[in-house]
Design a protein around this ligand. Structure first.
Ligand SMILES: [Cu+2]
Length: 197
């Protein structure tokens, strides 16, 4: 019986890990949602609207009048097609972003690159647990014996005064991350409880 419980916990944990991986890797469909890998999409604007993180994928979807050529920075600037890093002619072309740094993609057909069908992808490192830092010395706060709080009438319906000098607006991405982690944990435990054994 104990063995079964351990199995259940392990499987639930595995489900959580898998979910985390699914959430962590993002597929960026180039130009989406309002455009694509074509001549009419402002690919620079699209790229700057995205955050490319190591582990994400680029997905180029295109018709047969285009292809995807990964080139060097120099060739990107000049639309040169010599010695390409890779060439993909069939859609979709999925490019794994495996390292931090810049990657350069152009269309190799006709003069499409010179017409603007090119995109630079700046990949940032995945947010990892912060490396161990030298502990900041905790400065003991001086005893606050100065002004006592202004006496507020003890009414029950007066809301507490807002805390001053404290920012309570963390970046929305942090909120999203926490919510996602919470959702994953909750879902993982749900899976753990529902696993047929
Ligand atoms: Cu093209």
């Amino acid at each position: 019986m104990a063995k079964v419980s351990v199995m259940r916990i392990l499987m639930g944990f595995a489900a959580m890990v898998m979910l985390l991986e699914v959430v962590a890797a993002v597929d960026h469909t180039v130009g989406a949602p309002n455009g694509g890998w074509d001549l009419s999409t402002n690919l620079g604007t699209w790229a700057s609207s995205q955050t490319f993180t190591v582990g994400d994928n680029l997905v180029f979807r295109f018709d047969s009048s285009h292809d995807v050529v990964e080139v060097t920075s120099a060739n990107y600037d000049s639309c040169g097609l010599g010695s390409p890093i890779s060439t993909t002619v069939s859609s979709p072309a999925t490019i794994a972003l495996t390292a931090a740094g810049s990657r350069y993609f152009v269309c190799g057909r006709g003069s499409h690159c010179n017409q603007g069908m090119k995109v630079q992808i700046d990949v940032v490192a995945a947010s990892a647990p912060a490396p161990p830092q030298t502990p900041t010395p905790t400065v003991p706060s001086p005893p606050q014996t100065t002004t006592p709080p202004s006496p507020t009438p003890p009414t029950n319906d007066s809301p507490p005064p807002p805390p001053t000098g404290e920012t309570i607006n963390p970046p929305s991405s942090a909120i999203t991350l926490k919510m996602t982690a919470g959702t994953i944990l909750g879902f993982g435990f749900l899976v753990m409880m529902l696993l047929p054994l």
